[in-house]
Design a protein around this ligand. Structure first.
Ligand code: NAP
Length: 558
C-alpha cells in the first residue's frame, strides 16, 4: 500500500483582522479536498496580539494545522528577530491547541544551539518525555536553483533528532530537477516532502503520491499563492486526478514551448478518467533548442520509476522528435518520416520509442467528413492549402499522398515553392498508382474558382492568450484570404468546403465569413480532437471519449 500524500493548503495570514477571512478560506479549501492547513503567519507574527490570533486559527481550523513563520532569507515575509518567532512557535506547540506540525528551517536550527534546544523541548520525538502533540518539519528552500549542497542538506535534516518530517524545496531550472526530487523521496529515511518550484516544477507537485511524498502544497486563490508554481487544490484534484495517482501511474504530457495554455491536460486527464486508465498528463515545458529536448526527454524516458509512456509534441519540437527517436534507434512511422515531423511520442513498455504524426490523418479525416466524401474520393479534388509551416507540411502530404491536387499559398513565396517541391511527384501511398500533385500558387490564383476546399494552416485568425507572448501577436481579427489572395475575390459557396486548423477561437473570421457565404465549414477543433484521439488510442489502447471532450470544451468556452 503506497504512502498517503496529503494536500496542504497554504494560507498567508496578513494580520489579526485577517483571521476570520483566513478561516473561511481554509473551510472552503478543506471542502475542496485539502487535508491539512498551513497557516503562514509571517506577517501576523510581527503584530500585537499574534499569539491569541494564532490560537484562534488553531482552535477553529477545519483540518489539522501546520504553523510556519517563514523569514525573509528563506522566501518568507517575517522580518523580526528569530528568537521571537521561535518563542511564538514554542508557545503554540506547548499550548492548549497544539498544531499537528510546526515548520522550522534547517538553517535556523543549525545557527543556534539555543534554538535547537528550545525546539527539542517543544515537539514530539523519540526522546521526548513530555506528552506533546506537535511534530517538527525541518525545511530547506532555494529560490534560485538546485542547491549545490542538496544531499548534505537532506542528510543534516534527516539526522536532526527532533525532526519528524524533512522538507526540501528548490526552484526547478529544467524538468530534470523533478526527477532528482523523486529520487530523494524514493531514498528517504524519514517522512519527506521534496518538490520543485516554478512552472518547471509542476510535475513534482502532482506526482508526489507516486513517489510517497508526505505532502504536496496547493493554493486556494490564484492571486494568493505562497510559492511560485503552486497549483490550486481543485486543479490538483480535478484536472490532475491527484487522488488516483499511485506508484504504478503512467505519466504522459505535452512537450512544447510554451505549453501553459495547452488544452492537452484538460482533455487527456478527463479521458483517462472516463476510460479508467491509470495515467496522468502534464504540461512539460522544454526550451526550443534540440540539446534541451534531447537531454530532457532522454532523462524522462530513462527514469524507469517515472513510467513515462508518451507525449504530445508541439511547437517548436515536432522535427526534434523525429531526430531524437532516430538517434535512439526507435521506430519512426513512415508518414512522420516523409513529413519530417511528428507530434506523438509513444514509449512502449519494453522501452522502444515510436514517433508518429497524427496531425496529417486527423486533418484529412476532418476535411473529408466536412466535404462529405470518402478518403478515396480525394483523387478528384483540388485543394488550396494556406501556409507553409509545420502544420501545412503535414496537411499537404496527408492530402497529396491520397491523390488530391494540392496548391500551396504562403506569405513567403519561397517556402511555398520549397514545400511543393518536397512532395511533388512522390509516389502515392499504399496501393495507389500515380505521383503526388503539389504546386505552389500565386495569391490571385486563389480567385480561380477551381478549389473544392480551402484549408487554412497559417496562424492567422488565432487569438493570442494572455501570457503567451512567445506565440506572436494576436491575429484573431484577420482572415488569411484577405492577407494572401492579393485582392482577388475568392469563391465561397455551397460547392466549397473551408477548413481552419486554428481552434482558438473556434469561430475564426475565416470560418465566420465562409459560413455567411454558404460554404461548408470545418472548425479547427475537429482536427484537434481527432489528432488527440489518435494519440489517446496509441497510449491507452482504448477509444477516446471525444463526445465528452467536446462537451467540456463547449462548457469551458461559455
Ligand atoms: P508555423 O510553422 O509557425 O507556420 C506559420 C504559418 O503561418 C507560416 O506559413 C507563416 O507564413 C504563416 N503566417 C503567420 N503569420 C502570418 C501573417 N501575419 N501573414 C501571413 N502569413 C502568416 O506554425 P504551424 O506549426 O504550422 O501552426 C500553424 C497553425 O496551425 C497554428 O497557429 C495553430 O493554430 C494551428 N494548429 C492546429 C492544430 C489542430 O489540431 N487543429 C494543431 C497544430 C496547429 P511565413 O512562412 O510567411 O512566415
Amino acid at each position: 500500500m503506497a504512502a498517503m500524500t496529503f494536500i496542504v493548503v497554504s494560507i498567508a495570514v496578513r494580520g489579526v483582522q485577517d483571521v476570520p477571512i483566513a478561516l473561511d478560506r481554509a473551510r472552503q479549501a478543506v471542502g475542496d479536498g485539502a487535508r491539512l492547513v498551513e497557516w503562514r503567519l509571517d506577517e501576523l507574527a510581527e503584530e500585537e496580539g499574534a499569539l491569541r490570533a494564532a490560537e484562534r486559527l488553531l482552535r477553529e481550523s477545519p483540518a489539522p494545522s501546520i504553523v510556519t513563520i517563514r523569514p525573509e532569507n528563506e522566501g518568507g515575509q517575517y522580518a523580526g528577530p528569530d528568537d521571537e518567532r521561535i518563542s511564538l512557535l514554542e508557545a503554540l506547540a506547548t499550548g492548549e491547541y497544539p498544531p499537528r506540525y510546526i515548520d522550522i528551517e534547517l538553517e535556523t536550527i543549525q545557527r543556534s544551539m539555543n534554538v535547537r534546544q528550545k525546539v527539542m523541548l517543544a515537539v514530539q520525538h523519540g526522546r521526548q518525555v513530555r506528552d506533546l502533540h506537535t511534530a517538527l518539519i525541518v525545511s530547506s528552500h532555494d529560490f534560485r536553483q538546485r542547491p549545490a549542497d542538496l544531499l548534505q542538506r537532506i542528510e543534516a535534516m534527516t539526522n536532526e533528532a527532533a525532526a519528524s518530517v524533512v522538507k526540501i524545496v528548490w526552484q526547478a531550472r529544467s524538468l530534470r530537477d523533478n526527477l532528482e526530487a523523486f529520487d530523494l523521496l524514493r531514498e528517504r529515511r524519514k517522512p519527506m516532502a521534496a518538490f520543485c518550484m516554478g512552472s518547471m516544477g509542476l510535475m513534482s507537485r502532482v506526482l508526489a503520491p507516486k513517489f510517497g511524498g508526505l505532502f504536496t502544497y496547493a493554493g486556494d486563490i490564484p492571486t494568493e499563492v505562497t510559492a511560485p508554481g503552486q497549483l490550486m487544490v481543485r486543479e490538483l484534484r480535478e484536472r490532475y486526478r491527484f487522488d488516483s495517482i499511485g506508484s504504478g501511474t503512467n505519466v504522459y504530457g505535452v512537450i512544447g514551448w510554451p505549453v501553459a495554455h495547452s488544452l492537452g491536460p484538460a482533455i487527456h486527464n478527463a479521458g483517462f478518467d472516463a476510460v479508467g486508465h491509470d495515467g496522468v498528463y502534464l504540461p512539460l515545458p522544454v526550451p526550443p533548442e534540440y540539446e534541451h529536448f534531447k537531454a530532457t526527454v532522454g532523462s524522462l524516458v530513462d527514469h524507469a520509476p517515472l513510467d513515462f509512456r508518451g507525449a504530445s509534441v508541439t511547437i517548436p519540437h515536432k522535427t526534434n522528435l523525429v531526430c531524437f527517436v532516430r538517434e535512439r534507434g526507435g521506430v519512426i512511422e513512415a508518414l512522420a518520416e516523409k513529413i519530417g515531423a511528428a507530434n506523438t511520442l509513444v514509449v512502449r513498455e519494453n522501452g522502444v520509442l515510436e514517433a508518429r504524426n497524427t496531425d496529417a490523418p486527423a486533418a484529412v479525416e476532418a476535411l473529408c467528413a466536412g466535404m462529405g466524401i470518402e478518403l478515396g474520393e480525394l483523387r478528384s479534388k483540388r485543394i488550396a492549402v494556406l501556409g507553409a509551416g509545420g502544420v501545412a507540411r503535414a496537411v499537404v502530404w496527408g492530402l497529396a499522398r491520397l491523390g488530391a491536387h494540392v496548391v500551396v499559398f504562403n506569405r513567403t513565396q519561397e517556402r511555398a515553392a520549397e514545400l511543393a517541391a518536397a512532395f511533388a511527384g512522390r509516389p502515392l501511398s499504399g496501393e495507389s498508382n500515380g505521383a503526388a500533385k503539389v504546386e505552389a500558387g500565386r495569391g490571385s490564383d486563389l480567385g480561380c474558382g477551381c478549389f473544392h476546399a480551402i484549408v487554412n494552416c497559417t496562424s492567422i485568425g488565432m487569438k493570442r492568450l494572455d501570457g503567451d507572448e512567445e506565440n506572436g501577436s494576436d491575429q484573431s481579427s484577420e482572415s488569411p484570404l484577405d492577407v494572401l489572395a492579393d485582392g482577388a475575390e475568392v469563391q465561397l459557396d455551397e460547392n466549397v468546403t473551408v477548413m481552419d486548423t486554428v481552434y482558438t477561437p473556434r469561430a475564426t473570421p475565416l470560418i465566420v465569413e465562409a459560413r455567411e457565404r454558404g460554404a461548408r465549414i470545418v472548425t479547427g477543433d475537429a482536427m484537434f480532437f481527432r489528432q488527440a484521439a489518435m494519440q489517446f488510442e496509441l497510449w491507452t489502447g482504448k477509444e477516446a471519449p471525444v463526445a465528452l471532450w467536446r462537451k467540456d470544451l463547449t462548457e469551458r468556452s461559455g
